[in-house]
Design a protein around this ligand. Structure first.
Ligand code: BTN
Length: 243
């Protein structure tokens, strides 16, 4: 596995987007100590204090996956990161908050941004961008519910050790995804945040009280409201908390 390390980049995802995928090996990892324009979901920025956290991207070439199954990549990455963090946070529950966040209790510790390049019906290559809050203890007010390993454990954690742990798990789980995606799905479901718990959601502009029942094969969130009606929600169609 090649690891390219930088003191500072605009964004590790952006760096990977500018590469010609045919010239790089699968599993190229790009790590930056600082990002000056980190990219988050839905056009948001990803803020991370230089040198304190992990911000990295991995180039994958999952030609075995159909384009319609692309959420499986985020699923696999989320399972691998959540389980790695769970190994360190032994007395806490680490959750996967659909679609691509890792939560500890009700706070966000990690965000994942997967970009897939589709050719025909298949994924020719993908960039999996991962930001994990490791030692940052103060966040701007506008960052919703942040936490970090240091805030949770009360001590500094070595970022390199955490990176090796996560990369090791992603390598194994990526190979598993090729052969037995059901195993990944089962591990994902075990950690799905708010599975089976009634809560407020805003679905396509309507506030509902509902329970998460699962995630379908296209990666859509499945909700059942308290009138028994089923709702299938794409990424931009639902927000947690009913606001
Ligand atoms: C989110 O929760 O909004 C997703 C955040 C993803 C952040 C990571 S940090 C490394 C990689 N490079 C980026 O610019 N973004 C991802």
């Amino acid at each position: 596995m090649e690891i390219r390390r930088f003191d500072s980049l605009e964004s590790t995802n952006k760096y990977c987007k500018l590469l010609d995928p045919s010239t790089v090996e699968e599993f190229l990892v790009v790590v930056a100590k600082a990002q000056t324009a980190g990219e988050g979901q839905r056009g948001n920025v990803w803020v991370s204090e230089p040198g304190e956290n992990l911000t990295f991207s991995i180039i994958l070439k999952p030609s075995f996956l159909y384009a319609k199954d692309q959420y499986q990549l985020t699923m696999m990455t989320a399972v691998a990161v959540a389980e790695s963090l769970g190994q360190t946070l032994t007395d806490k529950r680490v959750w996967i908050k659909w679609p691509n966040d890792i939560y500890v209790d009700d706070k966000k510790i990690c965000g994942i941004l997967t970009i897939c390049n589709i050719v025909g019906n298949n994924i020719s290559n993908a960039i999996c961008g991962i930001g994990v809050n490791i030692n940052q203890t103060q966040f701007p007010d506008w960052v919703p519910n942040p936490t970090s390993l240091q805030l949770l454990l009360g001590e500094r954690i070595e970022t390199e050790g955490m990176l090796s742990l996560i990369l090791d798990r992603i390598t194994k789980d990526y190979n598993l995804l090729k052969n037995d995606s059901e195993v990944i799905l089962r591990r994902y479901m075990k950690r799905l945040y708010r599975l089976g718990i009634e809560a407020d959601y805003m679905v396509r502009g309507e506030r509902i009280r509902a329970t998460i029942t699962g995630v379908d094969s296209f990666g859509r969130l499945m909700l059942r409201d308290n009138c028994g009606m089923e709702h299938l929600c794409g990424m931009k169609e639902v927000t947690f908390g009913g606001q």
